[in-house]
Design a protein around this ligand. Sequence first.
Ligand code: OAD
Length: 232
Amino acid sequence: MKRVVVFTGAGVSADSGLATFRDSDGLWAQYRIEDVCTPEALQRNRALVVEFYNKRRKELFSVEPNAAHRAIAELERYFDVDVVTQNVDNLHERAGSKRVTHLHGELMKLRSERNPELIVDIDGWEQTLDARAEDGALLRPHIVFFGESVPMFDRATQIAAEADLMIVVGTSLAVYPAAMLVRYARSGVPVYVVDPGNPDTAMIRNPLTHIKARAAEGMPELLKKLVSELSE
Ligand code: OAD
């Protein structure tokens, strides 16, 4: 079975109703990264950071996976698939994808401020300000803030390096190291980009096809094409 890596960003969840970050109506037009997505922000203004992620989590309970998440899950009927996502939502898992690597953390998890290995699930949407981990330290959102290392990146690069096909969906390719993942595909491996905008594909050296469409349209279309090629 051919190995496929699907690398996703906020755009894959846009058609479910979740805002992206850098589009004109995106989250970073409403919030400053320094206020809600850095370790310093957590120290300086814990309440705002916790509230920001509580809002994201609450939204997540009101949305569903879309046709793109479902098409990505369906790829598993034909290929050996790994999803590597920058997203902190759980829509890939809810659509049925089995192997999902979250580069930037997960909304439905919290972790100890003292011990990054002490990760716990959160049941509802609300993290209370005084919630503590078993080690007595305060809990924080299980999110990779700007300025923090990306522990899952090494694993993601191994996955990318073994792929026979790479599909990139709904990411501006503006945040590093995540965006570097496209450089780990072996030479000659085809790369498909599904995005209605103009992500920064300049660093992709592989044969590139840009499907300029929304994820919920472009991804099912790509699934159909890849499946029909299998029987050729
Ligand atoms: P961005 O907001 O930077 O990029 C969103 C991408 O989705 C753009 O290329 C859009 O053109 C595309 N897009 C918009 N609507 C779409 C749709 N309906 N279907 C498909 N694509 C669509 O989001 P990311 O690239 O995911 O990190 O951002 C990367 C990281 O920056 C995030 O993981 C987050 C953010 O700061 C952290 O919070 C650590």
